[in-house]
Design a protein. Structure first.
Length: 133
């Protein structure tokens, strides 16, 4: 009878989720970590690719969006055009495409498939003023 009671107690203790503290190592040994873990049913109800509702992405007019760049808000550089972000001083360039520009006759335009011809190399000692202009 004692054997039967002992085996029943042993079976009951094996079902209880108690583990010896020296057998549990790492982050999971902390009692705070055990409370943090969500149950498997609450962890991911739906997969990220199968969401039921299409997300609404906020959109606004470009003039109403706050520009977080530093150069735009810097008052010391207010008159400078930096990276095309200064909208107060817009510069427009007009180029006449009907004019044909003449290439210099000294260098003909490169032909397709022809290798580039390098200038003749010369020693640095041959230059006037040691190569400095």
């Amino acid at each position: 009878m004692a054997n039967k009671a002992l085996s029943t107690l042993k079976g009951w203790l094996s079902k209880v989720p108690i583990k010896a503290p020296w057998k549990m190592i790492g982050v999971a040994s902390s009692p705070e970590f055990q409370d943090f873990l969500p149950p498997a049913t609450e962890y991911r109800i739906r997969a990220p690719a199968s969401q039921p509702v299409r997300p609404s992405v906020p959109a606004a007019l470009p003039e109403r969006v706050y520009d977080i760049r530093y150069w735009v808000r810097d008052k010391r550089r207010e008159g400078q055009l930096v990276g095309g972000t200064n909208k107060k001083h817009m510069v427009t360039y007009e180029v006449d495409v009907t004019e044909k520009t003449q290439l210099s006759d000294s260098e003909p335009p490169p032909a397709i498939g022809a290798p580039y011809k390098w200038k003749k190399k010369s020693n640095l000692l041959d230059y006037d003023n040691n190569g400095y202009t």
